[in-house]
Design a protein around this ligand. Structure first.
Ligand code: TXA
Ligand code: MG
Length: 351
Protein backbone atom coordinates (compact mmCIF):
# COMPACT_ATOMS: atom_id res chain seq x y z
CA UNK A 1 0.00 0.00 0.00
CA UNK A 2 1.22 3.47 -0.83
CA UNK A 3 0.87 5.74 2.21
CA UNK A 4 0.07 9.35 1.34
CA UNK A 5 1.66 11.94 3.65
CA UNK A 6 0.14 15.44 3.44
CA UNK A 7 0.63 18.63 5.41
CA UNK A 8 -2.42 20.42 6.72
CA UNK A 9 -2.81 23.83 8.38
CA UNK A 10 -3.24 23.19 12.08
CA UNK A 11 -4.74 26.53 12.95
CA UNK A 12 -7.23 26.55 10.13
CA UNK A 13 -7.57 23.16 8.40
CA UNK A 14 -10.27 24.63 6.16
CA UNK A 15 -7.39 26.40 4.35
CA UNK A 16 -6.46 22.94 3.13
CA UNK A 17 -9.99 21.79 2.40
CA UNK A 18 -8.90 19.51 -0.46
CA UNK A 19 -6.58 17.58 1.88
CA UNK A 20 -9.29 17.36 4.53
CA UNK A 21 -11.81 16.09 2.00
CA UNK A 22 -9.36 13.54 0.67
CA UNK A 23 -8.77 12.17 4.20
CA UNK A 24 -12.53 12.03 4.83
CA UNK A 25 -13.00 10.25 1.49
CA UNK A 26 -10.46 7.60 2.54
CA UNK A 27 -12.22 7.09 5.89
CA UNK A 28 -15.67 6.95 4.26
CA UNK A 29 -14.32 4.26 1.96
CA UNK A 30 -13.23 2.10 4.89
CA UNK A 31 -9.57 3.19 4.92
CA UNK A 32 -7.15 4.23 7.67
CA UNK A 33 -5.94 7.81 8.22
CA UNK A 34 -3.47 8.95 10.91
CA UNK A 35 -4.12 12.46 12.20
CA UNK A 36 -2.80 14.76 14.93
CA UNK A 37 -4.50 15.38 18.26
CA UNK A 38 -3.22 17.60 21.07
CA UNK A 39 -1.93 14.50 22.92
CA UNK A 40 -0.39 12.14 20.33
CA UNK A 41 -1.15 11.16 16.73
CA UNK A 42 -4.10 8.78 16.35
CA UNK A 43 -4.71 6.06 13.77
CA UNK A 44 -8.28 6.64 12.66
CA UNK A 45 -11.06 4.53 11.15
CA UNK A 46 -14.86 4.63 11.13
CA UNK A 47 -15.69 3.69 14.75
CA UNK A 48 -19.11 2.29 13.82
CA UNK A 49 -17.85 -0.12 11.18
CA UNK A 50 -16.39 -3.39 12.40
CA UNK A 51 -14.50 -4.10 9.19
CA UNK A 52 -12.72 -0.71 9.36
CA UNK A 53 -11.84 -1.06 13.01
CA UNK A 54 -10.31 -4.49 12.46
CA UNK A 55 -7.88 -2.89 10.01
CA UNK A 56 -6.54 -0.71 12.85
CA UNK A 57 -5.68 -3.76 14.95
CA UNK A 58 -3.98 -5.36 11.98
CA UNK A 59 -1.90 -2.30 11.01
CA UNK A 60 -0.70 -1.72 14.58
CA UNK A 61 -0.25 -5.37 15.50
CA UNK A 62 -2.56 -4.63 18.44
CA UNK A 63 -4.16 -7.41 20.53
CA UNK A 64 -7.89 -7.50 19.77
CA UNK A 65 -8.90 -7.32 23.45
CA UNK A 66 -7.44 -3.82 23.76
CA UNK A 67 -10.33 -1.41 23.09
CA UNK A 68 -10.07 1.80 21.07
CA UNK A 69 -10.91 5.38 22.02
CA UNK A 70 -13.74 6.94 19.98
CA UNK A 71 -13.21 10.58 19.01
CA UNK A 72 -16.10 13.01 18.54
CA UNK A 73 -16.20 16.64 17.38
CA UNK A 74 -19.01 18.05 19.59
CA UNK A 75 -20.31 17.04 23.03
CA UNK A 76 -23.79 16.25 21.60
CA UNK A 77 -22.36 13.41 19.52
CA UNK A 78 -21.80 11.32 22.65
CA UNK A 79 -25.50 10.68 23.28
CA UNK A 80 -25.96 8.06 20.62
CA UNK A 81 -22.73 6.27 21.55
CA UNK A 82 -23.43 5.51 25.23
CA UNK A 83 -26.45 4.09 27.01
CA UNK A 84 -26.31 6.42 30.01
CA UNK A 85 -24.35 9.46 31.21
CA UNK A 86 -23.89 9.74 35.00
CA UNK A 87 -23.93 13.27 36.42
CA UNK A 88 -20.24 13.20 37.27
CA UNK A 89 -19.39 12.27 33.69
CA UNK A 90 -21.41 15.23 32.43
CA UNK A 91 -19.50 17.57 34.78
CA UNK A 92 -16.18 16.19 33.52
CA UNK A 93 -17.24 16.63 29.89
CA UNK A 94 -18.33 20.19 30.50
CA UNK A 95 -15.10 21.09 32.29
CA UNK A 96 -12.44 19.25 30.32
CA UNK A 97 -13.76 18.87 26.76
CA UNK A 98 -12.41 19.57 24.28
CA UNK A 99 -9.27 18.16 25.90
CA UNK A 100 -7.04 15.33 27.01
CA UNK A 101 -9.63 13.41 29.02
CA UNK A 102 -11.10 10.10 27.85
CA UNK A 103 -14.26 8.94 29.61
CA UNK A 104 -15.28 5.26 29.80
CA UNK A 105 -19.06 4.69 29.93
CA UNK A 106 -21.55 1.92 29.16
CA UNK A 107 -21.75 1.59 25.37
CA UNK A 108 -24.84 1.81 23.22
CA UNK A 109 -25.77 -0.87 20.68
CA UNK A 110 -24.34 1.00 17.70
CA UNK A 111 -20.74 0.50 18.91
CA UNK A 112 -19.37 -2.74 17.45
CA UNK A 113 -17.68 -5.09 19.93
CA UNK A 114 -14.56 -4.88 17.76
CA UNK A 115 -14.23 -1.19 18.69
CA UNK A 116 -14.90 -1.89 22.38
CA UNK A 117 -12.44 -4.78 22.55
CA UNK A 118 -15.31 -7.08 23.48
CA UNK A 119 -16.35 -4.97 26.50
CA UNK A 120 -19.77 -3.47 27.29
CA UNK A 121 -18.15 -0.10 27.85
CA UNK A 122 -16.69 2.43 25.43
CA UNK A 123 -14.01 5.12 25.78
CA UNK A 124 -14.91 8.56 24.34
CA UNK A 125 -12.86 11.72 23.84
CA UNK A 126 -13.46 15.14 22.31
CA UNK A 127 -9.95 16.23 21.26
CA UNK A 128 -8.74 19.81 21.42
CA UNK A 129 -7.25 19.88 17.94
CA UNK A 130 -8.71 21.67 14.95
CA UNK A 131 -7.59 19.09 12.40
CA UNK A 132 -9.00 16.16 14.37
CA UNK A 133 -12.35 17.85 14.90
CA UNK A 134 -12.62 19.11 11.32
CA UNK A 135 -11.90 15.60 10.05
CA UNK A 136 -14.60 14.02 12.26
CA UNK A 137 -17.10 16.67 11.09
CA UNK A 138 -16.22 16.12 7.46
CA UNK A 139 -16.75 12.35 7.88
CA UNK A 140 -20.05 12.64 9.71
CA UNK A 141 -19.23 9.66 11.95
CA UNK A 142 -17.10 9.20 15.10
CA UNK A 143 -13.52 8.10 14.54
CA UNK A 144 -11.91 5.27 16.52
CA UNK A 145 -8.24 6.05 17.02
CA UNK A 146 -5.56 4.46 19.15
CA UNK A 147 -2.12 6.04 19.18
CA UNK A 148 -0.65 5.73 15.66
CA UNK A 149 2.37 3.59 16.55
CA UNK A 150 3.23 -0.07 16.13
CA UNK A 151 1.95 -1.77 19.27
CA UNK A 152 4.55 -1.60 22.04
CA UNK A 153 6.49 1.37 20.61
CA UNK A 154 6.45 4.90 22.06
CA UNK A 155 3.39 6.89 20.95
CA UNK A 156 4.03 9.22 17.98
CA UNK A 157 4.18 12.95 18.63
CA UNK A 158 4.81 14.03 15.03
CA UNK A 159 4.02 12.79 11.53
CA UNK A 160 7.55 11.46 10.96
CA UNK A 161 7.11 9.07 13.90
CA UNK A 162 3.88 7.78 12.34
CA UNK A 163 5.50 7.42 8.93
CA UNK A 164 8.40 5.41 10.39
CA UNK A 165 6.03 2.95 12.09
CA UNK A 166 3.17 2.67 9.62
CA UNK A 167 4.40 3.58 6.13
CA UNK A 168 2.93 1.02 3.71
CA UNK A 169 0.37 -0.18 6.24
CA UNK A 170 -2.13 2.69 6.20
CA UNK A 171 -3.70 4.88 3.52
CA UNK A 172 -2.86 8.39 4.65
CA UNK A 173 -1.12 10.54 7.27
CA UNK A 174 -2.17 14.13 7.96
CA UNK A 175 0.87 16.13 9.06
CA UNK A 176 -0.27 18.83 11.47
CA UNK A 177 3.09 19.37 13.20
CA UNK A 178 4.12 18.46 16.74
CA UNK A 179 1.55 17.49 19.37
CA UNK A 180 1.32 20.10 22.13
CA UNK A 181 1.03 17.70 25.07
CA UNK A 182 3.00 14.66 23.88
CA UNK A 183 1.45 12.15 26.33
CA UNK A 184 -1.80 10.26 25.77
CA UNK A 185 -5.02 11.41 27.43
CA UNK A 186 -6.04 10.64 31.00
CA UNK A 187 -8.52 7.73 30.91
CA UNK A 188 -11.26 7.72 33.58
CA UNK A 189 -14.03 5.25 34.18
CA UNK A 190 -17.20 6.84 35.53
CA UNK A 191 -19.68 4.54 37.20
CA UNK A 192 -22.79 6.04 38.78
CA UNK A 193 -20.94 7.71 41.60
CA UNK A 194 -17.37 6.52 41.35
CA UNK A 195 -14.61 8.01 39.23
CA UNK A 196 -11.47 5.93 38.71
CA UNK A 197 -8.35 6.87 36.77
CA UNK A 198 -7.36 3.96 34.53
CA UNK A 199 -4.48 5.77 32.82
CA UNK A 200 -2.88 8.99 34.17
CA UNK A 201 -2.25 11.94 31.85
CA UNK A 202 -1.92 15.72 31.70
CA UNK A 203 -5.33 16.15 33.32
CA UNK A 204 -4.34 15.16 36.85
CA UNK A 205 -6.16 13.48 39.73
CA UNK A 206 -6.15 16.82 41.58
CA UNK A 207 -7.78 18.62 38.62
CA UNK A 208 -10.49 15.97 38.35
CA UNK A 209 -11.12 15.95 42.11
CA UNK A 210 -11.76 19.66 42.03
CA UNK A 211 -14.69 19.03 39.68
CA UNK A 212 -16.23 15.84 41.00
CA UNK A 213 -14.92 14.98 44.46
CA UNK A 214 -13.03 11.84 45.41
CA UNK A 215 -11.17 10.11 42.59
CA UNK A 216 -9.75 6.58 42.79
CA UNK A 217 -6.74 5.23 40.94
CA UNK A 218 -6.87 1.76 39.41
CA UNK A 219 -4.65 -0.41 41.61
CA UNK A 220 -2.89 -1.88 38.61
CA UNK A 221 -1.19 1.42 37.72
CA UNK A 222 0.27 1.84 41.19
CA UNK A 223 2.24 -1.39 41.20
CA UNK A 224 4.04 -3.72 38.87
CA UNK A 225 2.39 -6.89 40.18
CA UNK A 226 1.35 -8.56 36.96
CA UNK A 227 -1.33 -10.56 38.78
CA UNK A 228 -3.37 -7.41 39.31
CA UNK A 229 -5.19 -7.00 36.00
CA UNK A 230 -5.69 -3.38 34.97
CA UNK A 231 -9.21 -2.19 34.18
CA UNK A 232 -7.83 -0.53 31.09
CA UNK A 233 -6.83 -3.58 29.03
CA UNK A 234 -4.10 -1.68 27.18
CA UNK A 235 -2.18 -1.08 30.37
CA UNK A 236 -1.25 -4.73 30.72
CA UNK A 237 0.82 -4.88 27.56
CA UNK A 238 4.47 -3.93 27.09
CA UNK A 239 4.51 -0.32 26.10
CA UNK A 240 6.35 2.75 24.98
CA UNK A 241 9.63 0.88 24.57
CA UNK A 242 12.52 1.86 22.30
CA UNK A 243 14.87 -0.91 21.16
CA UNK A 244 17.51 -0.14 23.81
CA UNK A 245 17.20 -1.21 27.43
CA UNK A 246 16.12 1.58 29.75
CA UNK A 247 17.32 1.99 33.33
CA UNK A 248 15.71 4.61 35.57
CA UNK A 249 17.88 6.08 38.33
CA UNK A 250 16.00 7.28 41.35
CA UNK A 251 17.55 9.45 44.05
CA UNK A 252 19.18 12.83 44.66
CA UNK A 253 20.18 14.31 41.29
CA UNK A 254 23.88 14.47 42.37
CA UNK A 255 23.88 10.70 43.02
CA UNK A 256 21.99 10.03 39.79
CA UNK A 257 24.49 12.03 37.72
CA UNK A 258 27.50 10.47 39.42
CA UNK A 259 26.17 6.96 38.80
CA UNK A 260 25.29 7.65 35.16
CA UNK A 261 28.69 9.30 34.51
CA UNK A 262 30.39 6.19 35.88
CA UNK A 263 28.41 3.94 33.58
CA UNK A 264 29.00 6.15 30.54
CA UNK A 265 32.75 6.16 31.21
CA UNK A 266 32.69 2.35 30.99
CA UNK A 267 30.86 2.30 27.63
CA UNK A 268 30.26 5.53 25.79
CA UNK A 269 29.66 3.87 22.44
CA UNK A 270 26.28 2.22 22.89
CA UNK A 271 24.78 4.29 25.69
CA UNK A 272 22.82 7.49 25.99
CA UNK A 273 21.73 9.48 29.04
CA UNK A 274 18.44 11.38 29.20
CA UNK A 275 18.57 14.14 31.79
CA UNK A 276 17.00 17.46 32.68
CA UNK A 277 18.80 20.54 31.39
CA UNK A 278 19.81 21.65 34.90
CA UNK A 279 21.82 18.44 35.43
CA UNK A 280 23.45 18.62 31.98
CA UNK A 281 24.37 22.25 32.60
CA UNK A 282 25.84 21.61 36.05
CA UNK A 283 27.92 18.52 35.19
CA UNK A 284 30.12 19.52 32.27
CA UNK A 285 31.57 15.97 32.09
CA UNK A 286 28.38 14.96 30.22
CA UNK A 287 29.64 16.94 27.21
CA UNK A 288 31.93 13.99 26.37
CA UNK A 289 29.00 11.59 26.04
CA UNK A 290 25.76 11.08 24.12
CA UNK A 291 23.03 12.85 26.04
CA UNK A 292 19.50 14.06 25.41
CA UNK A 293 18.08 17.12 27.15
CA UNK A 294 14.51 16.40 28.20
CA UNK A 295 13.83 19.97 29.39
CA UNK A 296 13.75 21.88 32.64
CA UNK A 297 12.91 19.99 35.82
CA UNK A 298 10.78 23.02 36.72
CA UNK A 299 8.52 22.48 33.71
CA UNK A 300 6.73 19.13 33.96
CA UNK A 301 4.54 19.81 30.94
CA UNK A 302 7.67 20.24 28.81
CA UNK A 303 9.13 16.95 30.10
CA UNK A 304 5.83 15.19 29.32
CA UNK A 305 5.89 16.68 25.83
CA UNK A 306 9.47 15.54 25.19
CA UNK A 307 9.38 12.06 26.72
CA UNK A 308 8.19 9.94 23.75
CA UNK A 309 10.18 12.11 21.35
CA UNK A 310 13.34 11.36 23.37
CA UNK A 311 12.61 7.63 23.54
CA UNK A 312 12.27 7.59 19.75
CA UNK A 313 15.53 9.55 19.41
CA UNK A 314 17.23 6.70 21.28
CA UNK A 315 16.28 4.38 18.40
CA UNK A 316 17.49 6.93 15.84
CA UNK A 317 20.97 6.90 17.40
CA UNK A 318 20.85 3.13 17.89
CA UNK A 319 21.31 3.32 21.65
CA UNK A 320 21.55 -0.10 23.27
CA UNK A 321 21.41 1.23 26.83
CA UNK A 322 19.41 4.24 27.96
CA UNK A 323 19.97 5.84 31.36
CA UNK A 324 17.34 8.25 32.59
CA UNK A 325 16.68 10.08 35.83
CA UNK A 326 13.36 9.62 37.61
CA UNK A 327 10.93 12.50 38.04
CA UNK A 328 8.56 13.63 40.79
CA UNK A 329 5.61 11.30 41.03
CA UNK A 330 2.94 13.98 41.55
CA UNK A 331 0.78 16.01 39.15
CA UNK A 332 1.75 15.41 35.53
CA UNK A 333 4.82 13.65 36.94
CA UNK A 334 2.56 10.75 37.87
CA UNK A 335 1.74 10.24 34.18
CA UNK A 336 5.37 10.73 33.13
CA UNK A 337 6.58 8.09 35.60
CA UNK A 338 3.75 5.72 34.63
CA UNK A 339 4.92 5.73 30.97
CA UNK A 340 8.59 5.69 31.87
CA UNK A 341 8.34 2.73 34.26
CA UNK A 342 6.49 0.71 31.64
CA UNK A 343 9.01 1.67 28.95
CA UNK A 344 11.77 0.51 31.32
CA UNK A 345 9.89 -2.69 32.27
CA UNK A 346 10.27 -1.46 35.88
CA UNK A 347 14.05 -1.50 35.70
CA UNK A 348 14.64 1.07 38.45
CA UNK A 349 17.80 1.53 40.52
CA UNK A 350 17.78 3.57 43.72
CA UNK A 351 20.98 5.57 44.18
O1 TXA B 1 -4.54 10.69 23.84
C1 TXA B 1 -5.04 9.62 23.53
O2 TXA B 1 -5.82 9.01 24.28
C2 TXA B 1 -4.67 9.03 22.15
C3 TXA B 1 -5.20 9.98 21.09
C4 TXA B 1 -5.00 9.44 19.70
O3 TXA B 1 -6.55 10.27 21.35
N1 TXA B 1 -5.17 7.71 22.00
C5 TXA B 1 -4.67 6.65 22.68
O4 TXA B 1 -5.27 5.45 22.37
O5 TXA B 1 -3.77 6.73 23.49
P1 TXA B 1 -4.67 4.04 22.79
O6 TXA B 1 -5.50 3.04 22.09
O7 TXA B 1 -3.23 4.01 22.53
O8 TXA B 1 -4.98 3.92 24.31
C6 TXA B 1 -6.31 3.75 24.75
C7 TXA B 1 -6.33 3.27 26.16
C8 TXA B 1 -5.89 1.84 26.27
O9 TXA B 1 -5.10 1.66 27.44
C9 TXA B 1 -7.21 1.09 26.36
O10 TXA B 1 -7.10 -0.14 27.00
C10 TXA B 1 -8.06 2.09 27.13
O11 TXA B 1 -7.69 3.34 26.63
N2 TXA B 1 -9.50 1.85 26.90
C11 TXA B 1 -10.19 2.02 25.74
N3 TXA B 1 -11.47 1.64 25.90
C12 TXA B 1 -11.60 1.23 27.18
C13 TXA B 1 -12.68 0.70 27.95
N4 TXA B 1 -13.88 0.51 27.42
N5 TXA B 1 -12.44 0.38 29.24
C14 TXA B 1 -11.22 0.56 29.77
N6 TXA B 1 -10.16 1.05 29.10
C15 TXA B 1 -10.33 1.37 27.82
MG1 MG C 1 -1.27 3.53 22.59
Amino acid sequence: MNTILQKIDKNNPQNDIAVLQKAAYVLKNNGLVAFPTETVYGLGANALNEECVKKIYLAKGRPSDNPLIIHISEIEEIYKLVSHIPKKALCLMQNFWPGALTIVLKKSDIIPYATAGGLDTVAIRLPNNNIARALIKECGFPIAAPSANISGKPSPTNATHVFKDLNGKIDMILDGGNCELGLESTVVEVLEDKVTILRPGNITKEMIEEICGQVFIDKAILQKDLNVLPKSPGMKYKHYAPKGEITIFNGAIENVCEKILNLLSEDNENCVAILCEEALFKYKQFEKYKTLNIGSIKNEAQIAKNLFYMLRECDNINAKKIYIQSFNDTGIGFAIMNRLKKAAAYNIINV
